[in-house]
Design a protein around this ligand. Structure first.
Ligand code: AN7
Length: 402
């Protein structure tokens, strides 16, 4: 089925296709998650031009006006020192903290906010653990849209909250966790008259899949493994969609194995994966220092389970201590400062490496999803510090310290 604009929204459960529209969030037939599907002709005429997310516009939904902050085109850094420490000869970090609002969410927002304009939305809304709200507020400001963000009260990193406030969003503090905040928004979205920009919105995934395209273009090949932190599970799903499309377009011959990393206190996908189950058991009271992924009922769990299964990947849960250690390792061995959730991919790698999961010569890309400056409330220990008065010799003080 093809539509005026070329693409359709296809249900991942019943396969029904729908014409895109501003109120379409899930399949109207069965309630399943939607995915943007392109006609075959799109994959026969792929060409890449320019920089960032819109370089890949021939594999993105058609929009009339692009709302952009020059997102994407983030560094893919060869991690020599961290790689040596982990016994990985070909380890790379895709540093998404380098996006305009400091997280990978900008890739999805540039597409989804452009679509919001196309659908004539006046207000956009999301529930968020922080980064989605920061990003949405920035893109909404740029587009001249009102934004409404539903946040789990007390569990959003201060930098992220400040961003939403700075960009003029109306903040709704929900006295519950992310899952409660999302449920509240979805229940009242029509009454509120908002276009919902959570990752249930399939256009977000379209922007985020460009991480896969960039990895492939930078390496000039597809890696053996890509590792993603997992919260709502949209990003790992988008990566898998991106790599599949590269094959469909005849650009790549293989696809990477997808590895998902969750925090131990919020790991329903890891549990389902390791027990080989087809559905997840939601975690009622998710807990982790990595507040970005403090999510018990991941929206895109089904897409993620399929991505991990179809790619013969795996999933791993890491403790808060392991996450904070990985954050420091990445910062001190590679000069890349990630927020805890962003470093969860590295924590997962550290754990898998220790367990002997890798041979050592595979090409592995860890997606590091958000910047360390987002969350200044994190305690980083240990560190060295000197306190001196003017006129004191710092070299002497330093000798005393060691
Ligand atoms: C830094 O902002 O869910 O598995 O509301 O901020 O696609 O959800 C953030 C998620 C990883 C998980 N790393 O990605 C939100 C939100 C960082 C994040 C994830 C998030 P998904």
């Amino acid at each position: 089925m093809e539509y005026r604009d070329g693409e359709a929204l296809e249900c991942i459960d019943c396969g029904a296709t729908h014409e895109p529209g501003g109120n379409m969030l899930v399949c109207v037939k069965c309630g399943g998650l939607l995915e943007v599907a392109y006609p075959r002709s799109v994959f026969r005429s792929v060409s890449f031009n320019g920089r960032g997310v819109w370089r890949y516009r021939s594999l993105l939904p058609k929009v009339e006006r692009i709302v952009t902050l020059s997102e994407g085109d983030t560094p893919l850094v060869k991690a020599e020192r961290l790689g040596k420490y982990l016994g990985l000869k070909n380890l790379y970090v895709k540093f998404e903290g380098a996006n305009p609002t400091g997280s990978f969410k900008d890739r999805g927002m540039t597409v989804a906010v452009s679509i919001a304009l196309k659908f004539n939305a006046k207000s956009v809304a999301c529930a968020s653990t922080g980064n989605t709200s920061a990003s949405m507020s920035a893109y909404a400001a740029r587009a001249g849209l009102r934004s409404l963000v539903f946040l789990p009260d007390g569990y959003v990193a201060p930098g992220k909250l400040l961003q939403a406030v700075a960009h003029g969003a109306t903040i709704v503090r929900v006295r519950g966790n992310f899952d409660d905040a999302l449920k509240t928004l979805l229940m009242h979205r029509e009454e509120l008259g908002v276009y919902v920009l959570n990752s249930v919105n399939p256009y977000r995934i379209e922007g985020q899949k460009t991480i896969a395209f960039e990895i492939w273009e930078s390496l000039k090949s597809v890696p053996d493994f890509t590792v993603y932190p997992v919260g709502n599970a949209a990003n790992i799903s988008s990566g898998w969609k991106g790599f599949k499309e590269l094959v469909e377009a005849g650009l790549a011959e293989s696809k990477p194995r997808m590895i998902g990393v969750q925090a131990e206190g919020a790991a329903p996908i890891v549990k389902a994966c390791l027990q080989n189950r087809e559905t997840i058991e939601p975690v009622e009271k998710p807990e982790t220092v990595a507040t970005a992924i403090r999510i018990g009922k991941p929206l895109s769990w089904k897409k993620a389970l399929r991505a991990i299964r179809d790619s013969r990947g795996t999933a791993v849960a890491v403790s808060d201590r392991e996450i904070l250690k990985a954050q420091v390792d990445l910062a001190r061995m590679e000069g890349l400062f990630a927020e805890p959730a962003g470093a969860a991919s590295v924590a997962g790698l550290e754990k898998l490496s220790k367990e002997g999961f890798f041979k050592g010569d595979e090409t592995v890309v860890a997606v590091v999803t958000g910047h360390g400056l987002k969350d200044p409330s994190i305690n980083i220990e240990p560190y060295a510090e000197l306190v001196i008065h003017p006129g004191e010799n710092p070299a002497e003080a330093l000798r005393k310290l060691s």
